[in-house]
Design a protein around this ligand. Structure first.
Ligand code: CO8
Length: 263
């Protein structure tokens, strides 16, 4: 499948999805969101892919939000369908069992921040800017921002960002725990790829179990989360990767994980 608004590349188990409408700062229109949902389905079904990296085409933006030209033409019902389409694509992103890194290279506004928030963690270039400016358009975030941002940085900080619509710098985002690492614009992608490579070398079953365990635990009480972790741990113990990982340690060599579900 070829995509008009996205670039998809895959090498050595690491997939890169690049939002590709640089003339509109990679703004999200209906066509792009449809392609995104389709591509994420392909990624989910592709067993070769171990890690996904997200980034934006051009030097200015990751994604500058929903396409305001398109948004301005919508009837209320069309607006609702558009918001549902965006939420669906972003839910699919968050639902991927593989780790996802957002490499935010410039503006990540509105829907752009909301996409980055659905990744497992964010690396940002020094010139990156995050914000939910919907309030300045007479709107509120509609792609999950009112829900994921407070979970990530706390309600008070999220409300300040949502009520003012102001952008924050990469350094401020790091200070708030929104961004894991700030990189120079030149090294952002290579640093994200290096981390992706380190993750891709780990066992697939354990990565999936770790991601599910953290994500499920965030939505339940501690005791329930810990019980989930127990089951996920037991699942890992039953995997060929756990046998290989422990054997390799004892034999003082690097583990070679197959990612297989059975011997
Ligand atoms: N939509 C459409 N076009 C855009 C967008 C956008 N979000 N952002 C930038 N562009 C276009 C500009 O119109 C401009 O096009 P042209 O060259 O044809 O005039 C081009 O990209 C370059 O942009 P600027 O000239 O404005 O570049 P600056 O460096 O001066 O400014 C900014 C960069 C600060 C990023 C500025 O472009 C800006 O403020 N953009 C809008 C950001 C914004 O408000 N985003 C939030 C959108 S709303 C949203 O995301 C809601 C999600 C939930 C929706 C729920 C559905 C109902």
């Amino acid at each position: 499948m070829t995509y008009e608004n996205l670039i998809f590349e895959e090498k050595d188990g690491i997939a890169t999805l690049t939002f590709n409408r640089p003339k509109a700062l990679n703004a999200l229109n209906n066509a792009l969101l449809g392609e995104m949902a389709q591509l994420l389905d392909e990624i989910r079904e592709n067993e070769q892919i171990r890690v996904l990296v997200l980034t934006g085409a051009g030097e200015k933006a990751f994604v500058a939000g929903a396409d305001i030209t398109e948004l301005a033409s919508f009837t209320p019902l069309q607006g609702k369908l558009f918001a549902a389409r965006g939420q669906d694509a972003i839910n699919r992103l968050q639902g991927l069992s593989i780790p996802v890194i957002a490499a935010v290279n410039g503006f990540a506004l509105g829907g752009g921040s909301e996409i980055a928030l659905a990744a497992d963690f964010i690396y940002a270039s020094e010139n990156a800017r995050f914000g939910l400016p919907e309030i300045t358009l007479g709107l509120i975030p509609g792609f999950g921002g009112t829900q994921r941002l407070p979970r990530q940085i706390g309600a008070a900080r999220a409300k300040e960002m949502i009520f003012t619509g102001k952008m924050i710098t990469a350094a401020e985002a790091q200070e708030m725990g929104l961004v894991n690492r700030v990189c120079s614009a030149e090294t952002l992608l290579s640093e994200a790829m290096e981390t992706a490579g380190a993750i891709a070398a780990k066992g697939r079953v354990a990565l999936r179990a770790a991601k599910e365990s953290v994500n499920n635990g965030l939505n339940v009480d501690l005791a329930t989360g810990i019980r989930f972790e127990l089951d996920a741990f037991a699942l890992c113990m039953a995997s060929p990767d756990a046998r290989e990982g422990t054997k390799a340690f004892l034999e003082k060599r690097k583990a070679k994980f197959s990612g297989g579900l059975a011997d």
